[in-house]
Design a protein around this ligand. Structure first.
Ligand SMILES: NC(=O)c1ccc[n+]([C@@H]2O[C@H](COP(=O)([O-])OP(=O)(O)OC[C@H]3O[C@@H](n4cnc5c(N)ncnc54)[C@H](O)[C@@H]3O)[C@@H](O)[C@H]2O)c1
Length: 250
C-alpha cells in the first residue's frame, strides 16, 4: 500500500499502460481518476478497479484542451478532496514517412503527445500549489525521446519535448516541493502498436528489447507506481528507461 490515501489522476487510463497503472495505483491504495477520451474503455477501467475493491471514477477528457485539463483538476478535488499524483500518459502514434506527414498530422500528434503533457503539468501544478501539496507529476516519454526512428517525425519531436519539459518543470516546481519525473518505455504490447502487428512486424518490434520480447504494460505500471511513492523521493527531473535494454545496444 505504497500510495495509501493518495489521490491520483491517470490520463489515457482506458487502455494499455494507463489502464495497467490505474489498476496498480488502486492496488497500492490510491484513489484514481481515470481521465480518458474514450468513455467506454475509461468506464471499463473504473469497473475493473471498483469491482476489485478499489476506488476509481471516470472523467472524460481530451488532454489536448487546456480548459478540459483544468476541469479535470477541479473534478478530482471536488470528488476526493485533494490531488497528489498525475500521470500524464495519454498519447497516440502516427507512423508516416516525412513526405506524407502533413502539417495537420504534425499538429495532431504534437497537440496530444506534447501539449497534452504540458497542459497536465501546468494545470496539476497550479492545483497542487493552491492546495499546498508536495505532489508528484509523472510523464510518459518513450525511447523515441532519445533516439530517432523511421517515419515518426512528429512523435519523435513530441516525446523529445516531454523529456525536456520533465527537466524544466522539475526545476521550476522544486521550490514548491513538487517532483516531476518521466518514464521511457520500449515496445509495449498495447493498442498503439496494433498497426505494426497487423503489418506482420511483431517479431521485429520484439527484437528491440534485449530479452527479445514485447514488454507488458504492467512492467511500466510497476515503475510508475514506484516513482509516485515516497521510495522514489530522490528521483527528480529525469526520465527513467523502462525498455529492457532497447536503448543500450544495437
Ligand atoms: N506501447 C508502446 O510501445 C509505447 C512505447 C513508448 C511510449 N508509449 C507511450 O505510452 C503512452 C500510452 O500508450 P499505450 O501504449 O498504452 O497505448 P494505448 O493506445 O493502449 O493507450 C493510449 C490511451 O490514450 C487515450 N487517448 C488518446 N488520445 C487522447 C486524448 N487526446 N485525450 C485523452 N485520452 C487520449 C486513448 O484513448 C487510449 O486509451 C503514450 O503516450 C505512448 O506514446 C507507448
Amino acid at each position: 500500500m505504497r500510495l495509501k490515501d493518495k489521490v491520483s489522476i491517470i490520463t489515457g487510463a482506458g487502455s494499455g499502460i494507463g489502464r495497467a497503472t490505474a489498476i496498480k495505483f488502486a492496488q497500492e491504495g490510491s484513489k484514481v481518476v481515470v481521465a480518458e477520451f474514450n468513455e467506454d474503455t475509461g468506464k471499463e477501467t473504473v469497473n475493473i478497479i471498483n469491482e476489485a475493491g478499489g476506488h476509481a471514477s471516470f472523467k472524460k477528457v481530451n488532454v489536448a484542451e487546456f480548459k478540459e485539463m483544468e476541469e479535470l483538476m477541479d473534478y478530482t478535488v471536488e470528488t476526493y478532496g485533494r490531488l497528489d499524483v498525475i500521470f500524464n500518459n495519454a498519447g497516440i502514434g502516427l507512423h508516416e514517412p516525412l513526405f506524407d506527414h502533413t502539417p495537420e498530422d504534425y499538429d495532431t500528434v504534437v497537440k496530444i503527445n506534447q501539449y497534452g503533457v504540458y497542459y497536465g503539468i501546468l494545470a496539476a501544478a497550479r492545483k497542487m500549489k493552491e492546495l499546498n501539496i508536495e505532489g508528484t507529476i509523472i510523464n510518459t516519454a518513450s525511447v523515441f525521446a532519445f533516439m530517432a526512428s523511421y517515419h515518426i517525425i512528429g512523435y519523435n519531436a513530441a516525446k523529445g519535448a516531454v523529456k525536456m519539459m520533465t527537466q524544466s518543470a522539475a526545476l521550476d516546481l522544486a521550490p514548491y516541493g513538487i517532483r516531476v519525473v518521466g518514464v521511457a518505455p520500449g515496445s509495449v504490447d498495447t493498442r498503439i502498436i496494433q498497426s505494426y502487428k497487423d503489418a506482420g512486424k511483431t517479431e521485429r518490434l520484439a527484437r528491440h528489447q534485449m530479452r527479445g520480447k514485447l514488454m507488458q504494460p504492467e512492467q511500466i505500471a510497476n515503475v510508475v507506481a514506484f516513482l509516485a511513492s515516497e521510495e522514489a523521493s530522490g528521483i527528480n527531473g529525469t526520465t527513467i528507461m523502462v525498455d529492457d535494454g532497447f536503448t543500450a545496444f544495437k
